[in-house]
Write a protein that binds this ligand. Structure first.
Ligand code: 0L1
Length: 257
């Protein structure tokens, strides 16, 4: 039987994006707009390629969790991608910038999921399943050359996920909605914001993840969920320490090598 043209197109884009990330070489954006379903199928293909190469999925990341950014981009719901164990940088560890294309960094909050979550469970059940929270950094790196915003292209490119760092896990606090967040390069603050930038409250971002139905976004015990950026993304420096501080939660860092 002949492959469906959509499946063929998804397979080609998966191979292109996988190769781009492997070689740290940008590729051209697709000529045509992708539907969300097809974009998540491409993303799933990327995950399968990594799993086939021996990697494991370590969690899920949310994107476009800033209401201001949603309005600017003309979208009305969050998007998500997968986190790989191999893309985690240990807290305080070194990131090889040469393996990335045009990396930017975002200060975030991470949730740790305490048990497998069934597809039919409510957003509140997901919130109740979180057993720890932590400050986090996400390094994003679009694999497209001269990127022009198109939602499907971002989803297909695993929402630009590239590297991530989680600081020391903390007990779940009673609230998370208005904590000061600071991003610094060595001793210079380069961005400052609040956890309120994450859909008003990072817990709301986690709730909205339930609206996304792709199988690989289902949550499992031990998964990390990155809730989305608390400030604009900032271009990663050529070298030095990048640090996030979240009031009352501590800090996480990486060193660009
Ligand atoms: O993590 C995010 O901020 C979502 C997607 C970012 C897309 C991009 O600007 O590369």
């Amino acid at each position: 039987m002949e492959a469906h043209p959509d499946a063929e197109a998804a397979g080609r884009l998966t191979a292109l994006l996988h190769g781009a990330a492997e070689r740290a070489e940008a590729v051209r954006q697709p000529d045509h707009e992708l539907s969300e379903d097809l974009a998540y199928a491409v993303q799933r293909g990327l995950l399968d390629s990594s799993l086939a190469a021996g990697d494991t999925q370590a969690g899920v990341k949310l994107g476009f969790t800033s209401r201001a950014k949603m309005e600017q981009m003309g979208i009305d719901s969050v998007i998500a991608g997968f986190l790989l164990a191999s893309s985690r940088v240990p807290d305080g560890g070194e990131l090889d910038r040469g393996r990335l294309i045009h990396p930017r960094v975002e200060p975030e909050i991470a949730f740790r999921i305490g048990r497998d979550i069934g597809r039919d469970e409510s957003p509140d059940a997901v919130v109740a399943a979180v057993d720890a929270v932590a400050p986090a950094l996400e390094v994003i790196d679009s694999r497209y050359r001269d990127f022009r915003f198109r939602l499907g292209d971002v989803i297909a490119d695993n929402t630009s996920a590239a590297r991530w760092v989680v600081g020391p896990w903390q007990e779940v606090p009673p609230e998370l909605d208005a904590r000061a967040v600071s991003l610094s390069f060595d001793d210079d603050e380069v961005a400052a914001g609040s956890t309120a930038a994450i859909l008003g409250d990072p817990w709301e971002a986690l709730r909205q993840l339930r609206g996304l139905t792709a199988d690989h976004l289902a949550l499992r015990a031990g998964y990390v969920v990155l809730a989305g950026a608390a400030t604009e993304a900032v271009a990663l420096p050529a070298s030095g320490r990048v640090r996030v501080r979240v009031a009352g939660l501590g800090e996480a860092s990486l060193v660009v090598g």
